[in-house]
Design a protein around this ligand. Structure first.
Ligand code: GDP
Ligand code: IMO
Ligand code: MG
Length: 429
């Protein structure tokens, strides 16, 4: 199993970026395969903090970093992010960075539509990141997207723009917005085209070569399984499949390339945006988790909702995504709690459930059943070996492992890259 696929097993923000950055030095390529710049991955290396939304987290270690075809790409957000990272001393050039030429683009009217719909939906809003992700994926499956390769053929774009405007102008009119300004769109695309094309290529071909040479590929998921368009808390989800299988389709490799599936799980639970969250705590404990865990979104700065670890959800995520091992992050945030709780099942209208039901009303109505354990007063912050952990923290990890029916391969004890405990190396067979 030479390759590793990292995915979030909750509602995103589990610490995927930190773990990918830590593993990246042992990988030959890091590949993003879904999502877009709705992701926010924070990496801490010494006294530097890097915030990535679109670029694969491997870029910071200089590892070959690839944006696969499954990603939706906002070219202007890409330019801003590259400029910002170069300002922090990160090298980004066509040798270490490539973009799939068949990626669908996020365009300015996608972002507008995202905002218009959210405002119009009132209490029914999804709470999106406002980056135009949903509308861009809709255009992709609606066969009217403009793709990276189109940037090299702007003279041939008229029929595609006809298809786009036929769809969007009607929608925009409904919101009282003027039609898409075709001239402006073409001028904007012409201005950014060469910037993107410098990195564009059929990345499946590059990855085929990398694989043939026996290199190790690290796939970097964005969001989390509970935000998956099929398996998540629909409709309060993102517009892509976030499960591990997407790594293959979203980069141009077969399913066997996925390798070790490393699910990232926070030692508690958080969520940004609307939607059901059975273990959410509206009390002081929830407040404490948020403060200790610095739970503010990287992309939108929104306060994350917080609650106890939900073993039912993570067990389900592990099952639907074929997780081989878990990286349990932010264990240190639980330091000092007198008691800690884990959700082990749900009560729904008098019945006990050992899974999360599909219907939104049921998802909103389930009541968590908790198991309570003694906490630990010692600090786990910065621990780098299992032996450094207090006995009660080890008990907690073991209980989580039992309940999610999946082994824990890594434990993370601070935002810093090296503060990571390795139990089972995902890159070894
Ligand atoms: P991602 O979207 O899954 O990459 O996660 P984010 O970067 O959005 O959110 C995770 C936050 O927790 C970031 O600010 C990380 O620096 C931080 N973090 C990651 N692992 C740990 C950990 O083990 N302990 C603590 N205290 N913070 C962590
Ligand atoms: P990372 O990769 C947490 C959430 C939004 C919203 C829903 C739909 O940092 O874990 P979208 O803009 O995708 O249409 O929003 O999904 N969401 C995330 N929540 N972490 C993320 O990414 C997220 N990306 C999207 O808050 O509820
Ligand atoms: Mg994040």
């Amino acid at each position: 199993m030479a390759n590793v696929t990292v995915i979030g097993s909750q509602w995103g923000d589990e610490g995927k970026g930190k773990i990918v950055d830590w593993l990246a030095s042992r990988a030959d390529a890091v590949v993003r395969f879904q999502g877009g710049h709705n992701a926010g991955h924070t990496l801490v290396v010494g006294n530097q903090t890097y915030k990535l939304s679109l670029l694969p987290s491997g870029i910071v270690t200089g590892t070959l970093s690839i944006i696969g075809n499954g990603v939706v790409l906002d070219p202007w957000a890409l330019r801003d992010e590259i400029t910002k990272l170069r300002g922090q001393g990160v090298e980004i050039n066509p040798d270490n960075f490539a973009i799939a030429d068949n990626c669908a683009l996020i365009l300015p009217f996608h972002r507008d539509l995202d905002a218009l719909r959210e405002t119009a939906a009132g209490a029914g809003k999804i709470g999106t990141t406002g980056r135009g992700i949903g509308p861009a994926y809709e255009d992709k499956v609606g066969r009217r997207a403009i793709r990276v390769c189109d940037l090299a053929h702007l003279d041939h774009l008229e029929p595609q723009i006809d298809r786009l405007t036929a769809h969007h102008d009607a929608l925009r009119a409904g919101f009282g917005e003027p039609p898409i300004d075709r001239e402006r769109l073409l001028t904007d695309l012409a201005e950014i085209a060469d910037y993107v094309l410098d990195y564009a290529q059929p990345v499946w071909k590059r990855l085929k070569k990398v694989r043939k040479a026996g290199a190790r590929i690290l796939f970097e998921g964005a969001q989390g399984v509970l935000l998956d368009i099929d398996h998540g808390t629909y409709p309060f989800v993102t517009s892509s499949n976030t499960v591990s299988g997407t790594a293959a389709a979203g980069s141009g490799l077969g399913p066997s390339a996925v390798g070790f599936v490393l699910g990232i799980a926070k030692a508690y639970t958080t969520r940004v945006g609307s939607g059901p969250f059975p273990t959410e705590l509206d009390d002081e404990t929830g407040q404490q988790l948020g403060e200790r865990g610095h739970e503010f979104g990287t992309v939108t700065g929104r306060k994350r909702r917080c609650g106890w670890f939900d073993a039912v959800l993570v067990r389900q995520s592990c099952a639907v995504s074929g997780v081989t091992g878990i990286a349990l992050t932010k264990l240190d945030v639980l330091d000092g709690f007198e008691k800690v709780r884990i959700c082990t099942g749900y009560r729904l209208r008098g019945k006990i459930l050992d899974y999360f039901p599909s219907h939104a009303a049921d998802q909103a109505a389930v009541e968590p059943i908790y198991e309570e354990m003694d906490g630990w007063s010692e600090s786990t912050a910065g621990a780098r070996s299992y032996a450094d952990l207090p006995a009660q923290a080890i008990k907690y990890i073991q209980r989580v492992q039992e309940l999610i029916e999946t082994p824990i391969a890594l434990v993370s004890t601070s935002p810093e890259r090296e503060d990571t405990i390795l139990i089972r190396d995902p890159f070894s067979d």
